[in-house]
Design a binder for this molecule. Structure first.
Ligand SMILES: Nc1ncnc2c1ncn2[C@@H]1O[C@H](COP(=O)(O)OP(=O)(O)OP(=O)(O)O)[C@@H](O)[C@H]1O
Ligand SMILES: [Mg+2]
Length: 437
């Protein structure tokens, strides 16, 4: 919006200044040609005065006039002052010797008062002097000025209205339920911001809605089984007479309830991980440091956790608590699905920083890798392992907040799965603790 306003102001100011300058240039050129006409007229006036003075003094003026009018293009006529119509306010000047220029559409005449004979001599300049009328030109120029400004603004506004129309249509389609409606990239810089903002909003809404769908589907699916089992258990309990059998049913009911409880807990935990609702720190963190801290707390029993750091300290912008949550989930999986060896590797390559958790289990088959990070998806390798399939989804969601990506691969080091999170590197100058809106 700032850009939009600035560009509008700049366009208007340049248009006004540019047009104003250009037109005043034209005007000054035209008025200089008008000045030429004026000097010519002055020359005629002087000439006319001399003729009038001469004619006033000679006695054979009819003879002179006859000769003159026969060969000159400027005709001269003489009439009595009484017959010459003259506005009262000009009489004084005129009788004092001032020439009077009269102009009609077909004639231009210069008139002189001849004091001696009390008559008026008129020198007719046939066809007048070719001078242009400045007042009409003034109007034309003013008109040109406004037309120019309107044109410039129209050129500025036209693409804007097209894009606004597009925005309008996209908003409408989006509002009517087509969540994939987006605006194509535009070449007009002053509205691109708004369009990008629209697209971002649409992305966010779409992902929120698809998340919701996914969750509700998962919930109904995941809750159905334990609910059905509960119902069966209650029925069996009702019918059973045997005390011992009843105890067994009770225990089963309890277990199913506990399962449902933990499912709902997990669900809420995942639902709470919405960027808009959690307070996220954005600090420079040394990944190596976090990895080492976690590894030592995960050492238990027969499992060995080793940490390998390639190169110097690796800094990312992140939140230590959530970073730990990610690593814990990955380590948790590795512990669950592997035998005895875990490896945490951190390294920096170019503009990326990676941490990986390797294990020596069966790994994740290629075909499952894409859905493994979906909430509530579980693989076929976990027959009697506890879980709801939410661990990797949590890792992926947190990664999103920091522009990071989850990559699932094979571990060349240990032979099992290798699950990594790739962060953009935090350069030394990057801001500390900045919160993104
Ligand atoms: N290190 C691993 N080795 C082999 N398979 C894995 C590994 N990590 C994840 N998987 C597979 O991906 C699936 C999804 O993992 P995820 O962590 O999301 O859920 P979970 O571990 O089954 O349950 P939860 O994390 O909620 O306790 C797992 O069920 C498992 O099949
Ligand atoms: Mg898990």
């Amino acid at each position: 919006v700032k850009y939009l306003t600035t560009s509008l102001v700049v366009v208007i100011i340049t248009a006004v200044i540019g047009l104003g300058w250009g037109l005043s240039e034209i005007y000054s050129r035209m008025s200089s040609s008008q000045a030429v006409v004026e000097t010519a007229l002055q020359g005629y006036q002087r000439l006319g005065r001399d003729i009038a003075t001469t004619l006033d003094l000679v006695s054979n003026r009819d003879e002179i006039l006859g000769h003159w009018n026969r060969q000159s293009t400027f005709t001269i006529s003489i009439q009595d002052l009484e017959n010459f119509p003259i506005p009262a306010e000009l009489t004084m000047d005129f009788e004092g010797g001032e020439p009077l220029v009269l102009e009609s559409s077909e004639d231009l005449s210069i008139n002189y008062y001849m004091a001696a004979s009390d008559q008026v001599m008129s020198l007719h300049l046939a066809g007048g002097l070719s001078g242009t009328d400045l007042s009409i030109q003034n109007i034309a120029l003013t008109f040109l000025f406004y037309a120019g400004i309107i044109l410039v603004i129209a050129v500025w506004i036209y693409p804007l209205t097209i894009r606004l129309n597009l925005l309008h249509r996209s908003t409408k389609t989006f509002g009517s339920g087509d969540l994939s409606a987006r605006i194509g990239p535009s070449k007009i810089p002053y509205i691109a911001d708004i369009e990008q903002e629209f697209n971002r909003m649409a992305d966010r809404i779409q992902s929120l809605i698809s998340d919701n769908k996914l969750l509700s589907r998962a919930v109904s699916h995941n809750l159905k089984t334990p609910l059905a089992r509960l119902r069966l258990g209650v029925d069996a309990l009702e019918e059973s007479r045997d005390e011992e059998q009843k105890q067994v049913y009770f225990r089963r009911l309890n277990r199913d309830l506990a399962h449902m409880e933990s499912l709902i807990e997990t669900l809420l935990e995942y639902a709470r991980l919405d960027e808009a609702n959690v307070k996220i720190d954005r600090k420079r963190i040394d990944l190596k440091h976090v990895a080492e801290g976690l590894a030592s707390s995960f050492e238990e029993g027969e499992v060995t956790v080793s940490v390998v750091n390639h190169g110097s300290p690796v800094f990312i912008i992140g939140d230590e608590n959530y970073l730990r949550m990610q690593l814990e989930n990955l380590l948790d999986n590795a512990l669950k699905y592997a035998q005895s060896n875990l490896l945490i590797a951190t390294r920096a390559s170019g503009s990326k920083v990676v941490f990986e958790v390797h294990d020596d289990g069966e790994g994740i088959p290629l075909s499952d890798r894409e859905q493994a990070i979906m909430p509530f998806w579980r693989g076929g390798n976990n027959k009697d392992r506890e879980g709801h399939g939410i661990g990797l989804a949590i890792v992926a969601r947190i990664a999103e907040w920091f522009d990071a990506k989850v990559v699932i691969g094979d571990s060349t080091e240990l032979g099992g799965a290798c699950i990594g999170v790739i962060f953009p590197v935090a350069d030394a100058g990057s801001r500390m603790n900045t919160k993104r809106k």
